[in-house]
Design a protein around this ligand. Structure first.
Ligand code: GAR
Length: 190
């Protein structure tokens, strides 16, 4: 039986698409569902393009749980990947998937994590603080934002003249290279 993976994403979904491509020919790891909390998220178009089933559930439904649990059971999901998903993961889901939910954060945690630190806000804070490096962190998800055990980090330089957009581009590059491989390694050790 393959390991069946759901990707949760709130926005563009370029990481989701990269992950879908990476596992497209994989017989043991299958991307079976894309879930978004926003009906206008571009990730839904990407899922359609690859004929991956997708669904939208709002914050209330995700917090309440019954629809999401039904959906995860229907697709027989074993593992959840957060790829730019901006809602807090409720306790019941963490208990249902112990060490089976991973998130990518666009900075070197524990720095620049926590509530409100996502996407461009992270890169703006990194540049404002004149950091000389940034990077990515892949971590298990627990009930606090960005605080679960770190599985993997990779760094990139931040130059004095880099804008937040420049940092975002370097970080995205690291995400595309490493995130699918890290997901594969974590699933192999399940
Ligand atoms: C990614 O850079 C991801 O690390 C970040 O959102 C971006 C989503 O881009 N996640 C967070 O900030 C979570 N706190 P994408 O939609 O193009 O994959």
């Amino acid at each position: 039986m393959p390991t069946k993976v759901a990707i949760f994403a709130s926005g563009s979904g370029s990481n989701a698409e990269n992950i879908i491509n990476y596992f497209a020919q994989n017989e043991t790891i299958k991307i079976c569902l894309v879930l978004s909390n926003r009906s206008d998220a571009f990730v839904l178009e990407r899922a359609k393009k690859y004929q991956i089933p997708s669904a939208v559930l709002g914050k209330k439904d995700i917090e309440e749980g019954s629809k999401l649990i039904e959906m995860l059971n229907f697709y027989d999901i074993d593992f959840i990947v957060l790829a730019g998903f901006l809602l807090k993961i409720p306790e019941y889901l963490i208990n249902m998937y112990p060490n089976r939910i991973v998130n990518i954060h666009p900075a070197l945690l524990p720095n620049y994590g926590g509530k409100g630190m996502y996407g461009h806000f992270v890169h703006e804070a990194v540049v404002a603080a004149r950091e000389t490096e940034s990077g990515i962190s892949v971590h298990f998800v627990n009930s606090n934002y960005d605080e679960g055990d770190i599985i993997f980090q990779a760094k990139c330089p931040v130059l004095p003249f880099d804008t937040p957009d420049d940092v975002a581009a370097k970080v995205h590059e690291l995400e595309y290279i490493h995130f699918p491989q890290v997901i594969e390694q974590v699933i192999r050790t399940l």
